[in-house]
Design a protein around this ligand. Structure first.
Ligand code: FE2
Length: 430
């Protein structure tokens, strides 16, 4: 007797339809037809069943705070940081927890079950740190939540940031963060990268820096990060987040830099929703897109995973915990529209995010984790195109959320009465 049986699943690699048998928190068998009984059955009906979504870059301390204490009028990163600075003294642990837990509910409904959240440590009371450590504990049964000690106001620009960052790590925050492009000078930015890498090396931790989130073609901290990651042997424990300045680098310099990034073994996490809106704000026309060089990084063998960054906060008014929306924006903003690249965009918000976060391989396979999402789509490209409904969300063999399929009831003479939008597509040939 199995605990759970997902019937007629199509897998992201094109296999299927297959039945997926689950016992406890493991997938024990995948076969064209499984005869064994199960406690619970889900009929995927030929739809896509994928690993859960991952968001390797988020700010859960700020989420759902839109309008507090006011809205971002210019829409810039810098006004967002200033606005967050106005909100910080008003934060209470209860309010931070309430917003974060509400966001986690939304994330589960969207099949988003692994999140790396930065948490601002430039508040001497560490209110948000304490609140998010408690949230991490509460959601642990269903969300892998990693916290990054993030000195939002600059490791050196803020007088107490370094001490607070070390305190936050002592309290159990998982990952070392930083923001070199926000330090007072390029030299201070580079110094902060070295110091933060040394902290990560000394403590055996992962490191994830907001790195060159700027339109400044001279913002080159990612070069120092690649150097330090190599020097200290940090390798794939390092993430360079955003790296939007790479969009504006001289092409010759980019051809020197990208192999150094690949050699270091670090991951790159662009955030298409936020950076397509934040970057290029000081441009007239033409206006830069501000997305990093995804195809070139991929071609060099760098693991690239898209992140969401923000949902309804001082930097971004929209967002819905939907990593397919993130992948969809990535496809447009990079742009990358080959079928191979669009399939990759789906992988970037599932497997690649897990890899960037140092989590176990979530691929659906015998012996693998029984965590998956049933989507109202037949393949990864259709899932990205439709931002497909998550029909069922499963973690450790337990069904956490279900959503009814999106179906329209039509009242048109001589036409079908019901329309499933996923049926209105050519069948993918790849
Ligand atoms: Fe961020």
């Amino acid at each position: 007797m199995l605990d759970l049986l997902v019937r007629q699943a199509r897998l992201p690699d094109g296999r299927g339809p297959v039945d997926i048998g689950v016992s406890g928190d493991k997938i024990v068998v995948i076969a064209p037809h499984i005869d064994t009984q199960a406690q619970e059955e889900i009929d995927a009906a030929g739809r896509l069943v994928s690993p859960p979504f991952t968001d390797p870059h988020f700010h859960m301390d700020a989420t759902l705070s839109l309008g507090l204490p006011r809205l971002n009028v210019s829409g810039t990163l810098l006004e967002g940081i200033a606005l967050w600075g106005e909100l910080k003294p008003l934060l209470t642990p209860e309010a931070v927890m309430e917003r974060a837990l509400r966001y986690c509910d939304l994330a589960v409904s969207q099949g988003l079950l692994s999140i790396r959240s930065h948490v601002d440590v430039c508040d001497d009371s560490l209110t948000a740190v304490e609140a998010l450590i408690e949230v991490r504990k509460q959601v642990a049964p269903y969300i892998d939540l990693q916290l990054v000690a993030f000195p939002q106001d600059g490791l050196y620009r803020s007088a107490t940031a370094e001490a607070n960052l070390l305190r936050a790590l002592d309290m159990g925050v998982d990952v070392v963060g930083g923001i070199p492009h926000f330090e007072r000078t390029m030299a201070d930015g580079a110094r902060s990268v070295t110091r933060l890498c040394e902290i990560a090396a000394e403590r055996g931790l992962m490191l994830d820096l907001h790195c060159d989130e700027s339109d400044d073609p001279m913002s080159r901290h990612v070069e120092t990060l690649a150097y330090e990651a190599t020097r200290l042997g940090l390798g794939n424990r390092v993430v360079a987040s955003h790296v939007t300045a790479m969009h504006s680098y001289d092409n010759y310099y980019a051809t020197k830099l990208i192999p150094l990034i690949a050699e270091s073994g670090m991951h790159v996490v662009p955030n298409p929703l936020i950076n397509i809106t934040l970057q290029g704000r000081s441009d007239t026309y033409p206006r830069r897109r501000g997305l990093t060089r995804v195809p070139e990084l991929r071609a060099a063998g760098v693991n690239v995973a898209f992140g969401q960054d923000c949902t309804m906060d001082p930097w971004y008014s929209l967002g819905s915990a939907d990593m397919l929306e993130v992948a969809h924006m990535g496809v447009h903003a990079v742009p990358m529209t080959s079928r191979e690249a669009m399939s990759w965009a789906f992988q970037s918000v599932t497997q690649n995010g897990a890899m960037a976060m140092g989590l176990p391989d979530p691929t659906i396979r015998e012996g693998g984790p029984a965590s998956m999402v049933v989507l109202q789509a037949r393949d990864p490209i259709e899932a990205v195109r439709m931002k497909a409904t998550r029909l069922a969300v499963i973690k450790h063999g337990k069904v956490l959320a279900r959503t009814s399929p999106r179906l329209a009831a039509l009242a048109l003479p001589g036409r079908p009465e019901t329309l499933d939008p996923a049926d209105y597509a050519p069948v993918a040939e790849d």
